[in-house]
Design a protein around this ligand. Structure first.
Ligand SMILES: Nc1ncnc2c1ncn2[C@@H]1O[C@H](COP(=O)(O)OP(=O)(O)O)[C@@H](O)[C@H]1O
Ligand SMILES: [Mg+2]
Length: 263
């Protein structure tokens, strides 16, 4: 038998094919490993210039890799640079130095319009203060990003309803934001962040304005969208109790990463 590598020394073809096959698989595996790195930041420095000589260095050479499907929390005391980092990860702001690749696309040198395009396609934001549009129903709030993307009314409405169901708000679709509790508003905001099917959800202190019980329920929703949809979630928080429920905790202190650990 030509496929047997050991018993016959005069016929290597099957054996060689097997070895070549293994090499091909190995290289494919390597390529896949490169592909799934969703976020890659290298030596990111952020300085604010609040009038010479008042240069303030807020991020001091950060390196972070985040893979598709990870649920990562970024923790640290107030003023440690979490929101500054989030703004850079979300392409809302540019680093002073360093490189950022998002889904294998280097962002350096992009125009503001190109950055905003990438942001709309790849990132869903959730903020501490919900930022829902007042006097507009919960469902319409979720539809809005799809409206801007030019998706037709029927498809928008269908998708928004699915998302309201996912965040367990399908019984409150016609409510106005001021008729919802904080936790309910945040669940609508999460549905809205998912509207355009982003690769990454970036949430900056999403439970910061909620009591701890409601905060836990909102956290359950993030865990659900990470687990059930495989969505990459980056959660910024100063609540250690919430951070330990994610897969990985990156701790910032005074603009530096002081630890990066799996939970
Ligand atoms: N636009 C800005 N201009 C000047 N300084 C800023 C600006 N934004 C944030 N900072 C400063 O950067 C530091 C980090 O802020 P921030 O990233 O908001 O921290 P965190 O989110 O961890 O509380 C703080 O000292 C803050 O005062
Ligand atoms: Mg902050």
């Amino acid at each position: 038998m030509s496929g047997d590598c050991y018993s016959r020394s005069d016929d290597y073809s099957g054996c060689e094919m097997g070895i070549i096959g293994l090499f091909v698989l190995f290289f494919l595996h390597l390529l896949k490993g490169i592909d799934v790195e969703l976020i890659e930041i290298r030596n990111i420095v952020k300085k604010y210039f609040i009038g010479e000589p008042n240069e303030l260095t807020v991020l001091r050479g950060l390196n972070i890799d985040i893979k598709e499907g990870e649920f990562v929390s970024i923790v640290g005391q107030s003023g440690s640079g979490k929101s500054t980092l989030m703004n850079i990860l979300g392409a809302l702001d540019r680093p002073t130095e360093g490189d950022y690749s998002l889904d294998n696309i280097p962002l350096a040198g992009m125009t503001d319009n190109e950055l905003s395009d990438i942001r709309n396609k790849k990132i869903g934001f959730v903020f501490q203060t919900f930022n829902l549009i007042p006097r507009t129903s919960a469902l319409s709030n979720v539809e809005l990003p799809m409206f801007y993307k030019g998706i037709n009314k029927r498809r928008r409405s269908e998708r928004a309803k699915e998302l309201m169901k996912l965040v367990e708000m399908d019984d409150r679709m016609d409510h106005m934001p001021n008729e919802l509790s904080g936790g309910q508003k945040q669940r609508v905001a999460i549905a809205r962040a998912l509207a355009n099917d982003p690769a990454i959800i970036l949430a900056d202190e999403p439970t910061g304005a909620l009591d701890s019980k409601t905060g836990k329920l909102v956290m359950d929703i993030f865990l659900k969208i990470n687990k059930e949809e495989g969505r990459t979630v980056i959660l910024i928080t100063h609540n250690e109790g919430l951070a330990v429920r994610t897969q990985r905790i990156i701790t910032l202190s005074d603009g530096e990463i002081i630890s990066d650990k799996l939970t």
